[in-house]
Design a binder for this molecule. Structure first.
Ligand code: NAD
Length: 282
């Protein structure tokens, strides 16, 4: 074992959707801060998404990165939209490490559609992963954290959980729902030394953005749009002149919320969205 010491020394951090993207970044940062890491990821495509999700190779790469900083890592391939399977996966993590200090409920998929045309399948798929998946993960870790009288839960919402955009009914609804879920759970868990917060990222450079289907949706006028074609469409989403955030910028907010200096921040949302927050009414 390593001799790392840090803000999360000796803690167990569970990251859903940890195989790639933001989840990978959160896992590696928590490992660098001294935690042992549990990764939950579906590692299979979802029939309601138009882009590939992570695969076993991605999960293995995250494991490698976590091990490279000297941390212990344990992974379970599970679909968080499946309640019983998620309860079982979390029980396996508890069995492996003996405790779970932190849940980063990050797994999510993008699926759009307007209220007139959003497919029922996409609605169920997006709500299933983005909202029910967060509920299942929270429900699974809560009894463990209550027993420990300690826990930190951070769920990943979105800029679209703060401000609706046209043609994105399933995703917007799922992410507003995550914030409601966070606030309700924060009330229920406050007396047990557990904080529950959300981060709300703006557009972030991960495979959820960099894929042919999204590029095509943003530039339907072009046969095979490139990033250079898509970038001007996405740029106005942010106020600061940066089109995409780095996953590490979202990780910084997660690390703040799960670290030792924020025991009394709960029920809150941290916007990491290059100034889009300045457009909200409150
Ligand atoms: N990238 C962005 O611009 C952006 C902006 C705001 C919010 N978000 C949110 O950030 C979170 C992380 O997304 P990302 O940008 O890293 O995208 P990503 O697609 O790279 O990563 C998502 C991960 O979640 C996993 N996953 C998906 N469905 C799952 C399920 N049912 N069970 C278990 N694992 C599942 C995927 O396999 C993948 O590893 C998501 O909740 C997403 O909605 C992303």
């Amino acid at each position: 074992m390593s001799d790392r010491t840090g803000a999360l020394d000796g803690q167990v951090v569970l990251v859903t959707g940890g195989a790639r993207g933001q989840g990978r970044s959160h896992a590696v940062a928590a490992a660098e801060a001294g935690a042992s890491i549990a990764l939950l990821d579906v590692c299979a495509d979802n029939r309601t998404t138009t882009y590939p999700l992570a695969g076993p190779k991605d999960l293995a790469e995250t494991e490698e990165l976590v091990r490279a900083v000297g941390a212990d890592v344990f992974s379970v391939e599970v679909d968080v939209s499946d309640g019983p399977a998620t309860l079982d996966a979390v029980a396996r993590v508890r069995e492996r490490f003996g405790r779970i200090d932190v849940l980063v409920a990050n797994a999510g998929i993008h699926g759009g559609g307007s209220i007139q045309d959003a497919s029922l399948d996409v609605w169920s798929g997006v709500i299933g992963t983005n909202l029910s998946g967060v509920f299942h993960s929270m429900r699974a870790v809560s009894p463990i954290m209550i027993e420990q009288n300690y826990g930190r839960i951070v769920a990943t919402a979105s800029n679209q959980g703060r401000m609706a955009v046209p043609g994105s009914v399933p995703y917007v609804a799922s992410k507003w729902g995550v914030i409601g879920l966070v606030k309700a759970a924060a009330l229920d868990l406050a007396q047990f030394g557990i904080t529950v917060n959300a981060v709300a990222p703006g557009n972030t450079s991960t495979p959820m953005v960099h894929n042919d289907a999204l590029y095509k949706a943003l530039r339907p006028d072009l046969e095979s749009p490139s990033w250079a074609d898509v970038e001007p469409v996405l740029a106005p989403h942010h106020v600061q002149p940066v089109t995409l955030l780095r996953p590490e910028e979202i990780t910084a907010a997660v690390m703040f919320l799960i670290g030792p200096s924020t025991p009394h921040i709960t029920g809150s949302v941290i916007d990491v969205n290059a100034g889009s927050a300045a457009r909200y009414t409150a």
